[in-house]
Design a protein around this ligand. Structure first.
Ligand SMILES: Cc1cc2nc3c(=O)[nH]c(=O)nc-3n(C[C@H](O)[C@H](O)[C@H](O)COP(=O)(O)OP(=O)(O)OC[C@H]3O[C@@H](n4cnc5c(N)ncnc54)[C@H](O)[C@@H]3O)c2cc1C
Length: 415
């Protein structure tokens, strides 16, 4: 029986694009099938009132070890290393340094406690090792969710301790625009949702409403939550160990709300970050004037983000505007020219922000990276060992998945 291509890649996010590039570079044929009418997945630069904003990824994390930082430099995408300004709003005024230092000391001690537990091999809920604090703990928990995908009680200490941190860069035209550039020229079929993968025969059959593609291996570069929700069916069903790995690496919730203005009404430097003191986890953080544009972007995370997103866009925008007014006054809304909110959580093709390992599941990322039956290889940020939850981690996972698939298609290729 002949195949249509050597490898089919499901999903054209960062991982799928990296898998396709790598497959081609190894001399094999590839076809990418993407359900949406665009590529990039969770890296998506949109426009609001004529200004670019990233609905998903914005920061090139760990920029000195990040493929996209090198790629941006090679392709002429301007990027910068500018340190962001941090502002802290407390009790109706900008907090002084002493208060910020007090908060930061608690945050640093809490992150250290999680890292120490992980370094000691403890795979337990991060909440078990973080001290209580009457003032800073609820805010810390929300911040932890923004960084890790979910609040400390849901996340593994060991997994968190493996995350490789580093300097953050940003690309001026947007991270989504950069990833889209990276995908140009690849054989990608858009608006082609994969419904079922049949993998028991001599070849693999990848079924879409447009038809079936036959290949020797399939790389599934779809988020874990999209898989948990049954977005792709497998026939036969996946081994139970693989299902367990997928289920123990779900996406947390990360959403953004953008408010656009007709001019700069903030009086703060570009790319300022504003955190407000809050006694509960029901809070958000602002990025003010990302890339110098007159936009405030509210960052929502964790269970509160999940509830607010479920309540709908008007509720998300209303909460964000109320928080903005608390800091900048109600007059600013007169200069408002547009609003937008993301819905990553309820998007059936995505399902949330980024993956976290539940307590006890830190080793599951390694399980998910293992090829299944010399037919299926998973890619995607959840398969990254030290850069999970990121665009560059997804890229690394895509490269590795293609190398693994090529190795069993053509045993001379080194994985
Ligand atoms: C609000 C937010 C902020 C973030 N901020 C940052 C940041 O600053 N820096 C950073 O590095 N990362 C950030 N991230 C995380 C980053 O965006 C992701 O980790 C990364 O983009 C994931 O890439 P991926 O290829 O693994 O998956 P995805 O981008 O989810 O791509 C999967 C693709 O598969 C497609 N698909 C799904 N089901 C099917 C199907 N059945 N058939 C065909 N195609 C299908 C989807 O449409 C999608 O295009 C952020 C994410 C969010 C949501």
């Amino acid at each position: 029986m002949t195949q249509d291509v050597d490898i089919v890649v499901v999903g054209a996010g960062s991982a799928g694009l990296a898998a396709a590039h790598t497959t081609l570079s190894l001399g094999l044929t590839v076809q990418v099938l993407e359900a949406k009418s665009r590529i990039g997945g969770r890296a998506f630069t949109d426009e609001i009132a004529g200004m670019p904003w990233d609905r998903g990824a914005y920061w090139l994390h760990d920029a000195h070890n990040n493929f996209y930082a090198t790629y941006a430099a090679e392709t002429g995408f301007t990027f910068d290393r500018m340190m962001r300004s941090q502002y802290f709003w407390s009790a109706g005024a900008w907090a002084d340094d002493a208060l910020k230092l007090d908060r930061d000391a608690f945050y640093d001690a809490a992150f250290d406690a999680v890292d120490r537990a992980g370094a000691a091999g403890l795979d337990i809920a991060a909440s078990e090792v973080i001290a209580d604090h009457p003032r800073w703990r609820p805010m810390f928990d929300s911040w932890y969710a923004a960084l890790s995908g979910a609040e400390p009680e849901y996340c593994s200490t060991l997994d968190q301790s493996r995350y490789a941190d580093g300097e953050n860069f940003r690309v001026r035209p947007g991270y989504g625009a950069l990833v889209t550039e990276y995908g140009k020229g690849l054989p990608i079929s858009l608006s082609s949702p994969v419904d079922r993968i049949r993998w028991s025969g001599a070849d693999v059959r990848v079924e879409t409403a447009k038809g079936t593609l036959r290949c020797r291996a399939v790389i599934v570069a779809v988020s874990t939550t999209a898989l948990i929700r049954g977005g792709v069916r497998f026939d036969p069903v996946l081994p139970s160990a693989v299902c367990e790995a997928i289920e123990s690496l779900p996406l947390g919730t990360a959403e953004k709300v953008a408010i656009a203005f007709d001019r700069d009404i903030f009086g703060l430097p570009d790319n300022s970050h504003v955190h407000s003191e809050h006694a509960t986890r029901e809070t958000l953080r602002f990025q003010i004037k990302p890339g110098g544009h007159a936009i405030a972007v509210g960052y929502l995370a964790g269970r509160f983000a999940e509830e607010l997103e479920a309540a709908g866009e008007p509720a998300m925008v209303d909460f964000t505007e109320r928080k903005l007014v608390e800091v900048f006054g109600s007059d600013i809304l007169r200069a408002r020219v547009g609003t937008a909110a993301t819905h990553w959580r309820s998007d059936p093709l995505i399902g949330g922000g980024y993956s976290y390992a539940v307590p006890g599941a830190a080793e599951q990322r390694k399980v998910l990276r293992q090829p299944v039956g010399e037919r299926i290889v998973f890619a995607g940020e959840a398969c990254a060992l030290t850069a999970f939850g990121t665009v560059h981690g997804a890229h690394r996972a895509g490269v590795k998945a293609a190398q693994n698939a090529a190795a069993f298609i053509r045993p001379t290729v080194k994985a």
